[in-house]
Design a protein around this ligand. Structure first.
Ligand code: CMP
Length: 140
């Protein structure tokens, strides 16, 4: 298994409920390491650009206003097969479909306020990491 890096966001529904530590415990217990981290409020322009692939979807406006509604925690996770591992730990986008024990099954409020984002491919992981972090901010 290759060592990979992937991008993770703890979303405003989770920071509002003070769940940052409990969510990150799930990543660490599964063997992923947090090699970069910052708490931030993202701007409307950042949210629109970050989720640009969803621009035509009916949920786009709601997603942008949700992601700018409170603080987020932006992170880079590192580990073996980190992109797929992160997606397994998060569970399905819709918490109603997420496996027991996953972050979204335990913590998500609904399909929009679903507590975490994770990159879905190696290409997107590289793009998303570079969107929020300079190389020197990532300390492996
Ligand atoms: P995320 O993994 O961050 O990627 C896109 C986000 O859009 C997704 O998590 C959800 O928060 C949101 N999303 C996806 N599908 C829907 C939907 N059908 N309705 C509302 N929000 C959605």
């Amino acid at each position: 298994m290759p060592t990979e890096r992937t991008f993770s966001i703890i979303k405003p529904d989770a920071t509002r409920r003070n769940l940052t530590g409990r969510i990150n415990a799930k990543f660490e217990e599964a063997g992923l390491r947090i090699v970069a981290q910052k708490r931030a409020r993202i701007s409307q322009a950042q949210a629109e650009a970050f989720y640009g692939v969803h621009r035509e979807r009916p949920f786009f406006g709601g997603l942008v206003s949700f992601m700018t509604s409170g603080p987020v925690v932006l992170q880079v996770l590192e580990g073996e097969d980190a992109i797929a591992a992160n997606r397994r730990i998060m569970g399905a986008t819709d918490p109603k479909k997420a496996d027991a024990g996953t972050i979204r099954a335990e913590f998500a409020e609904d399909i929009e306020a679903n507590s975490v984002h994770g990159s879905d491919s190696a290409e997107n992981a590289a793009t998303e990491i570079a969107f929020f972090f300079r190389p020197e901010e990532i300390v492996g």
